[in-house]
Design a protein around this ligand. Sequence first.
Ligand code: BGC
Length: 900
Amino acid sequence: MSAIRPTQLTVEYETSPPLGLDTPRPVLGWQSVGEGYGLVQRGYRISVASNPERLTESPADMWDTGYVESDRSSGIAYRGKPLESGTRYYWRVRVWDGDRCASGWSAVHSWTTGLFRGEDWQASWIGNKAYAHPGPAPLLRKLFYLDDGRSVESAFLFATALGVYRIRINGKDAGDGRLTPGWSDYRSHVRYQTYDVKHLLQEDANAIGATLGSGWYAGHIASFGSGHYGNTPALLAQLVIRYSDGKLLRIVTDETWKAADGPIREADLIHGETYDARLLQAGWDGPEFEDRHWNNADVLPAYSGTLKADIQPPNRITEDIIPVSVKKAGDGRYIFDMGQNMVGHVLLKTKGPAGARIQLRFAEMLTGSGEFYTDNLRAAKQTDVYILRGEGEERYEPSFTIHGFRYVEMTGYSGTPQLDSILGRVVHSDMRRTAEIETSDPYVNKLAANIIWGQRGNFVSVPTDCPQRDERLGWTGDVQIFARTASYNMLTRNFYKSWLEDLRACQMSSGAIPDVVPDVDAFHDWVRTIGMKGHGTAGWGDAAVIVPWTMYLVYGDRTTLCESYDSMTKWMEYLAANSVNGLRPEEGYGDWLSVRANTPRDVLATAYYAYCAKVMGNIAAALDRTEDRDRYSRLFGEISAAFADAYISPDGKIKGDTQTAYVLALTMGLAPENLRQRMAGHLAADIISRGTHLSTGFLGVGYLLPVLSEHGHHELACRVLQQMDYPSWLYSIKHGATTIWERWDGWTEEAGFQDERMNSFNHYSLGSVGEWLYRYLLGIDLVESDPAFRTVRIQPRPGGTITRASGVFRSIHGDISVEWCIREGRFECSLRIPVNVNATVHLPGRLEDISESGYSILRSRMSEVSGMLCAESEQAGTTLRIGSGSYFFCVPWNECSAPR
Ligand code: BGC
């Protein structure tokens, strides 16, 4: 009997079987579980088949690896027979443990393929050619019949839109996605979704009904007006039904579809939706509906870009939020407080006469006198209007808009609204949560929660800066600084992989990356008006290298590295062409929103250039491109030497003398070895001279605490974290923040609201401290040389007034959990390490003082617990190597034990 068994099978890193993949080599993975210590996988066998019966044959018909001697359990690319389009494949795996005993087969997992080849699509783009943004939103429907006496084996619906769409079969939603197909660089590609709709079909007559909106394609983007990619939304849909006898029925969008204007009179992502319920034609999306009076749909020009399968989790409603209060506000208005700054929309429940009009406006804040504060939304109207049908209780939620808000202002309600008159619906790309942390400091816990809310609010098909004002753009600087934190919080691989496709699509021929991805032409016109270049910006364009590298570190994802390699190389060429003797002059945004600290832009730019060269060296090494590895490491050497010459003086002072300058130099490997501690000292001195306050903006903030903890200033890092006064993370929390603010001074006691032109209360960038909470405070970190937490570094670090932390990181190899506390003169630490994972555990104290599960590890358990080894032990701490299992370590604790 094998000590381990495989579970949690994944295809392209997702446990729920993906639908509609268009990659010819999907990546497979699993986790192994087993009771005991130091359990490893010695080998595996994967089999893939075209139906469940064939899976039990040996070999299975599509791919059978036979026994493979390997400890790998993730990132294994399919290498079997070519996959057919629109087909489901089944697979399973068995594993061999360290003693070469085979497990049984895993449960069966599957995936389906998309429509790979151009000719697979027989549908035409349809819509209403007279459409003018913002509406009315066209309804499109098609009646069709199933063959009598034939049973349906499978039914897949492939659909997308230039714009946004909802699609239903016989009156039921085909999927639970919102704002599909999301935002992509439509100039290059649009993503289609695949739905398994067999369960929605019925005998004989069936109907498909779709509604189309403008979305990002034809609606407003930022403050740039509408119609950036086109003016007429269009639907493309193909339902492929396979009967059990092999016969195919294809229902495709074409001129036979019927069209009419629907009850959505206007819809815009930024401005809101107006819905007239009197215009709802009951049953319009069902088979019984009489559509003779409808027009035929217009066949629209073919799309010139590429259709790509959607690989990221859909935007879904992931939570409902009940308001915490509702207050009368004069002029017939009521203001609801949701108790949480959130992103999505509300479900309205109402009763009243036909034609009554309820208006809902959305805001993040109230003024000091309790008034609705919308100045920071700039031109974004964030207003929904519902016109009643007048028939008993009515329910409405918008389809084609999204708001960032904590407060909802309601006008026009008949009677007095109650708390349950609205329900908040949280909408975002539905990535799996992968980390949790709880500490003895409730403010720190709230900070961790606010970081998650910042991510939920701004990961809506693409990563945006903010979700409320007329901006909501994929600013690349924000993306890169937050990527590591985001990838602790949630399974981001497919979200970023998809965004990187857009990044590559809009990379310029010079190799420059636009400052926002997806790109729109109007951005470049606008950015010139503020005197900026809009592309190739230091700290922003570097996302092209930093994000794929993060995917590799966290998920071991070589696919994304390979896909992005040319783009990264082009970015490096752009940097080389725009630097002089290794130094990069730069006009960019600098250390955006720093506080009374001005980091010279050439220092920032050169540091990021060096960092990209260093990371490229690592990437080339990971992909076995030895020549490139050597070339980039030489380049890194040259840039770092130029950096030191130009910016670092012999006493370790750096040009600009700002926290961000030291932080970048230290984290990016630019501080000469002999000056590192002095430079860290200058950094610490600056923080202390500001009364233990940070001054970092977007580019420095994510690295500040990691650098302090790595350079002997961990206690100071904790004090900066726990600082309650402005500027600090906890200042906003002390004043009621439920999300991360854009700026440290978004609101202060002295000055109230800051500059309303740029004051979002839901921006994730300053939340990039999240990675430090997991890596340093909780103590779960990856090891670059063995990525994806295959080897995990466990080093809990108490500090400040924090005496306890517990949490988990759900790595692709399994859940890694840590719980530590200081009590009664002891440091206690419980750990769980998954099967096939190695851990390097750093504990305070000497080896002879450490016990595990009540036994001195020196004397007894050490030898019993297979695989446990002591690597190093000295006064300051002990390093152990352990394998899988549950451990409970205990060490005496006194003041001197605290990590420095
Ligand atoms: C955005 C930022 C962005 C910046 C560029 C702002 O308007 O909100 O998050 O990175 O512009 O400096």
